[in-house]
Design a binder for this molecule. Structure first.
Ligand code: 3PG
Length: 468
C-alpha cells in the first residue's frame, strides 16, 4: 500500500470492490501484483527498473471489514501496449478474477489517460447523426423501433412493418440482436426490401430515415461483405452486437464502416453477465471502450424500462456517451472524474428495453434531449397496431422538442393518448425527484457505501425505481 502515491495524468486509475479470505490489504496487493509485474512469491528476476516503472500502485483502500473494501490502483502508461486494448484487458480485467483468495471482485471504473486515448479515432458521432436525420435545430430525441417479433417475420413482413413505422414518424428501424440471416428471413432479401420501404417513406415524409441492419457474424468475411453491400446500396447505418462480437472484431468493423462514413449502432446483448452481481465489471467501462472505438450509437439502458439500472446509474452512462468530463461518486459506482480526449466525439446514447411513449418525460430527465428512444413492444403493442404506435412515439419525441408535457401533447395526438391509457404515464417530475433526492443526499449515500460496501450501492440502485 502506497498512501502517498498520487496518480499522474499518464496513469490509469482503477476503482474496484474486493472481498476474500485474506485481509483487504493483502488482497489489494495481490490484485495489483497479479495484474502487473508480480506473482505469488518474490522472484530473482525482478529488478529495480521493472519495479520502478511497471508496477501497479495501490494508493487507497476504503475498508468495509477486515477482508473487504474498495481499492484504488494506479497503473503506469508504460506498462501497456498503447495500440492494443486486448493487452490492457488481459492485464487489468484478466487473471485476477481467478485468484483463489478472491470471493468478490467487481471493477467499478477505469480512467484512461489522454495519451492512451490517442490511438482511437472515436465516433463520427451524435451531431453527425442529427445532421443526417435533420434534427440539429429541433433537438428532439430520435425515435425508433425494433421490429418485433424479434425473429420469425419473413423479409416481406419485416419490410412492411418498417414502411408502416417510418412513414408514420419514426426516424429509425432496427433488427433485433438475434436476427441476422436465418432461413425464414435471409439477410439480403430483408435488406433490399427494407431499403425500398425506407426510400418510399423518405419520399413521402421528406425526412431522412435510418435502418440499423444487423451484420453481426462469427465470420469477419461475411460481415465485411455485408458492410460493402450496405454501402453500395446507399445505407447509412450498420448494427453490431458488440459484446458478443468481442473487441477486435468490433473495432475492425467500426473502422471499415467509418471509411465509408457509415454510422455504427451498438447492441450490447450479453454485457450484463459481467455487469450484474459482485463479480465482473461495470458496463460503464465497456461504454468508455465503445466510445473510444468509435461506435456512434450505444444502448445504455433506460432507468424507466425493463432493463436494470436506476435513473442516476443510467444518467452516468448517458453522460459517458455525450460528455467529455464526467464526474461521479462512489455511490454511483464511478471515479470522481473521467475524461475523454477532445478528439473523441460524443456518441448518441440509445434508451431501449421495455419502453413506450408514456416514459418519454422520464427519459428526458435522465438523458436530456440527446438520445434515441427505441420501443419494440411499445410500438407494435399499440392497441391499433404499429402505425399508431409509431405516431405516438413521434408525438412524444416532438413534445420533448417543443418543451411541452405528454399530457398536453396527447390532446392533439389520439395515438399518444391511447398509449398513456394502455401502458401508463410516468411523469417527468417523478424521475426528476428521484434524481434530485440522489443528488441532494449524495454525501450520505457515499458515506454509507464507504462503510457498508458494494451491497449498499446495489440497494440504492434498486430503491430508486421510478416504475413502482
Ligand atoms: C432491444 O433491442 O433493446 C430490445 O429488443 C427492446 O425490445 P422492447 O422494446 O420490446 O423491450
Amino acid at each position: 500500500m502506497e498512501p502517498k502515491y498520487k496518480p499522474g495524468k499518464d496513469d490509469f486509475v482503477v476503482l474496484l470492490w474486493a472481498k476474500g479470505t485474506m485481509n483487504i490489504e493483502q488482497l489489494a496487493e495481490g490484485i495489483a501484483a497479479e495484474s502487473s509485474v508480480g506473482t505469488f512469491t518474490k522472484i530473482k528476476t525482478m529488478n529495480e527498473r521493472i519495479f520502478k516503472h511497471y508496477r501497479a500502485h495501490v494508493f487507497e483502500i476504503i475498508k468495509t471489514s477486515d477482508n473487504s473494501g474498495f481499492i484504488k490502483i494506479a497503473y503506469p502508461l508504460e506498462h501497456f501496449d498503447q495500440k492494443n486494448v486486448i493487452q490492457f484487458c488481459a492485464s487489468v480485467l484478466g487473471n485476477i478474477y481467478g485468484l483463489l483468495e478472491i470471493e468478490e471482485l467487481y471493477i467499478m471504473d477505469i480512467s484512461f489517460p489522454e495519451k492512451y486515448q490517442k490511438q482511437f479515432k472515436g465516433p463520427i458521432g451524435l451531431e453527425a447523426i442529427r445532421k443526417y436525420v435533420g434534427t440539429e435545430k429541433s433537438r428532439r430525441p430520435h425515435c425508433g423501433t425494433i421490429v418485433k417479433p424479434k425473429v420469425g417475420l419473413t423479409p416481406t413482413e419485416f419490410a412492411d412493418v418498417a414502411y408502416k413505422v417510418l412513414s408514420n414518424g419514426l426516424d429509425l428501424v432496427k433488427d433485433d440482436e438475434n436476427l441476422v440471416d436465418q432461413d425464414f428471413c435471409r439477410w439480403r432479401d430483408r435488406t433490399d426490401l427494407v431499403n425500398k420501404a425506407m426510400n418510399r417513406a423518405e419520399l413521402e415524409t421528406g425526412e431522412k430515415k435510418l435502418y440499423c441492419c444487423n451484420i453481426s457474424d462469427s465470420s469477419i468475411e461475411r460481415m465485411e461483405k455485408r458492410l460493402d453491400y450496405l454501402h453500395s446500396h446507399g445505407l447509412k447505418m450498420v448494427m453490431l452486437d458488440v459484446f458478443v462480437l468481442g473487441m477486435p472484431a468490433t473495432m475492425h468493423m467500426v473502422n471499415l464502416a467509418h471509411r465509408y462514413r457509415m454510422f455504427t449502432h451498438a447492441h450490447r446483448a450479453g454485457y450484463a453477465a459481467l455487469h450484474r452481481g459482485n463479480y465482473g465489471y461495470n458496463f460503464g467501462i465497456l461504454a468508455k471502450f465503445y466510445r473510444m472505438f468509435g461506435l456512434d450509437q450505444l444502448h445504455v439502458g433506460t432507468g424507466v424500462g425493463k432493463m436494470d439500472g436506476a435513473p442516476h446509474t443510467i444518467r452516468r452512462f448517458a453522460r459517458l456517451a455525450t460528455n467529455n468530463e464526467i464526474r461521479a461518486s462512489i455511490a454511483e459506482g464511478g471515479l470522481e472524474l473521467s475524461k475523454f480526449d477532445k478528439s473523441i466525439a460524443p456518441l448518441m446514447p440509445v434508451a431501449s428495453g421495455g419502453l413506450h411513449a408514456g416514459l418519454t418525460e422520464g427519459l428526458f430527465e435522465i438523458f436530456g434531449n440527446d438520445f434515441t428512444m427505441q420501443a419494440g413492444g411499445g410500438v407494435h403493442g399499440h392497441p391499433r397496431g404499429s402505425e399508431a404506435g409509431a405516431k405516438a412515439l413521434r408525438a412524444a419525441s416532438d413534445a420533448i422538442g417543443e418543451g411541452i408535457t405528454l399530457e398536453e401533447k396527447a390532446k392533439s395526438s389520439k395515438e399518444l393518448a391511447e398509449v398513456l391509457k394502455k401502458f401508463g404515464y410516468i411523469k417527468g417530475y417523478k424521475v426528476k425527484t428521484m434524481l434530485n433526492i440522489f443528488d441532494e443526499n449524495r454525501a450520505l449515500f457515499d458515506s454509507t457505501v464507504r462503510k457498508q460496501g458494494l451491497d449498499a450501492l446495489r440497494l440504492f440502485d434498486k430503491s430508486f425505481d421510478a416504475r413502482e
